[in-house]
Design a protein around this ligand. Sequence first.
Ligand SMILES: Nc1ncnc2c1ncn2[C@@H]1O[C@H](COP(=O)(O)OP(=O)(O)O)[C@@H](O)[C@H]1O
Ligand SMILES: [Mg+2]
Length: 227
Amino acid sequence: MTGVETLVDCRGLTRLFGKGEAEVAAVRDVNGQVRHGQRIAVTGESGSGKSTLLHLMAGLDTPTSGTVTWPGLTMRAGRPLGIGVVFQAPSLLPALDVTDNVALPLLLADVPRSEARLRAEQALDRLGLTGLASSTPEELSGGQAQRVAIARVLAAEPALVIADEPTGQLDRRTATHVLDVLLATVGSLGAALVVSTHDPEVADRLDVRWAMADGRRREPAPQVGAR
Ligand SMILES: Nc1ncnc2c1ncn2[C@@H]1O[C@H](COP(=O)(O)OP(=O)(O)O)[C@@H](O)[C@H]1O
Ligand SMILES: [Mg+2]
């Protein structure tokens, strides 16, 4: 399918690192589409290529061969707009308070400061983080920092959220809560979601699974008893 329904279209997507004997195919010949509103879990062991694939899908890295295109997103200077990224490690800037951290992508997109702060406050409010608005990142727990990172994505109202092991460093209870927040956030935005995880409990809560092994996307396992 082409047109606005397809947000990301990966074709023969390949990303090599290193040269000669040291060459590693982090991602090899991956095909797949992310459709509007779809929720995808990218699963696989450490080193299977999840982060590399997510960075390519976000337009943060360039493939060695193959293509990634964003038919349903607006492009500016060759880059897709409307993708929010939640990184594995909390990625808040220590010199800014929580509200300014959440407002930062808006400020970088030339939204006036008063409007950016307001939208940041609203996003924090929706995630139940109002009490942390003037905290600094170092005052936050790991789970709180990840929720602020999600608020930062929410404030920018993306059409696609890409989250790289957002719960990888959290305990089970906090991880469940952060995933609840992420799913509610994309639900309220009507956004699509791509989450990498090695946690089956996380993967089971999403609609579609892309299973990675050695940089390749494995075909879905044949159904037991299917003829
Ligand atoms: N910048 C890089 N330079 C060299 N090798 C890399 C780089 N990024 C990833 N790799 C290699 O590519 C493979 C896939 O890595 P990655 O995408 O981080 O996997 P995952 O996120 O599933 O753990 C690994 O073998 C890793 O060492
Ligand atoms: Mg990774």
